[in-house]
Design a protein around this ligand. Structure first.
Ligand code: 6PG
Length: 246
C-alpha cells in the first residue's frame, strides 16, 4: 500500500493536522472495538502534537478512559529524567487530561534495559492477548514515528543488531551514536500496526526524507526504510522544510 504523503506549512500546521487525525482515529477505533491503542514517539517534533491534544478544543473530543498509551521507544533513564520520552508525553498531555493510570503503559527506563524490554513485551502480549508463540505482532491502532536525520526511527539506529530482531517485539541495545541504552519496538512489531503516522519537520530532515522515500533501499543506513507494514495505512506528515526535496 503506497503511503500518503502530506506536506503542511510549518510545525504548528503539522501538529494541527496530526491532532485532527489522532482524534478521528481514536473515535473510529473506540466505536469499532471500544478502545484505542497508540504508541507515542519521542523527540521534539511530537511534543507540539501532545500539547495540542491537551487543549480544550481537542481534549473534549477524545474518550480518554478508553485510550491506552504506549511508547515506540524509550531511553534507559528514569521517568523523571529530562531525556525520558515518558516524561515528555506525561508533561505535555498525560498529566493534563483524565487518563486512568492503568491506561498508561510506560517502558521502565529505570530498570536494566534488557529486563525493561522483556517486561514491556509481556505487557504488549497481555494487552493484545497474543501468546508467546511467534505471531504477527501487537496490532496497535496507531503508531506515531519520528525520523532522525541519520535515518533512524524509534530507537532503530543504523548498523545496530536491533534492525535484525525478528522474534521479539521489543529489544534493547547500547547505541554508541547517542551513548545510551535504548529500548524499542522492533521492526516486526512496528510493521504489525494498523495505522502509522510519521511526524517530520525541519530542513535538516529534507535530505533524509528524500533518501528514505525516493532513494535506493539501504536499510542498514536508513532503518526507516524497514517500516513497510503489509496492511497498515501509512501517512507521512511533513512540514514545508522537511518536504522540500521530494
Ligand atoms: C527518540 C525518538 C526518535 C525521534 C527522532 C526524531 O526517542 O528520540 O523516538 O526516534 O522520533 O530522533 O526526533 P525529533 O522529532 O526530535 O527530530
Amino acid at each position: 500500500m503506497n503511503p500518503e504523503i502530506t506536506a503542511v506549512l510549518d510545525r504548528a500546521a503539522l501538529a494541527r493536522n496530526a491532532a485532527e487525525r489522532f482524534v478521528a482515529l481514536a473515535r473510529q477505533m473506540i466505536a469499532r472495538h471500544a478502545r484505542f491503542s497508540v504508541a507515542l514517539a519521542g523527540g521534539s517534533t511530537p511534543r507540539d502534537l501532545y500539547a495540542l491534544l491537551a487543549t480544550p478544543k481537542f481534549a473534549v473530543q477524545v474518550e480518554w478512559a478508553r485510550a491506552h498509551f504506549f511508547w515506540g521507544d524509550e531511553r534507559a533513564v528514569p521517568p523523571e529524567h529530562p531525556d525520558s520520552n515518558f516524561k515528555m508525553a506525561h508533561d505535555a498531555l498525560l498529566s493534563q487530561v483524565s487518563i486512568p493510570p492503568e491506561n498508561v503503559h510506560r517502558i521502565h527506563g529505570e530498570w536494566d534495559a534488557s529486563q525493561a524490554a522483556r517486561d514491556y513485551e509481556q505487557t504488549l502480549r497481555e494487552f493484545f492477548q497474543v501468546s508467546a508463540a511467534p505471531s504477527s505482532g501487537p496490532a496497535f491502532d496507531l503508531i506515531l514515528l519520528g525520523l532522525g536525520a541519520n535515518g533512524h526511527t524509534a530507537s532503530l539506529f543504523p548498523h545496530t543488531q536491533l534492525l535484525h530482531e525478528t522474534e521479539h517485539w521489543v529489544a534493547a541495545e547500547y547505541i554508541a551514536e547517542v551513548k545510551m541504552n535504548r529500548i524499542t519496538l522492533t521492526v516486526p512489531a512496528i510493521n504489525a500496526a494498523k495505522n502509522i503516522v510519521w511526524l517530520v519537520a525541519g530542513a535538516d530532515k529534507a535530505a533524509t526524507v528524500r533518501a528514505v522515500l525516493r532513494g535506493a533501499y539501504r536499510p542498514e543506513e536508513l532503518p526507516a526504510q524497514l517500516i513497510q507494514p503489509a496492511n497498515a495505512q501509512v501517512t507521512w506528515l511533513l512540514d514545508h522544510d522537511a518536504a522540500s526535496q521530494i
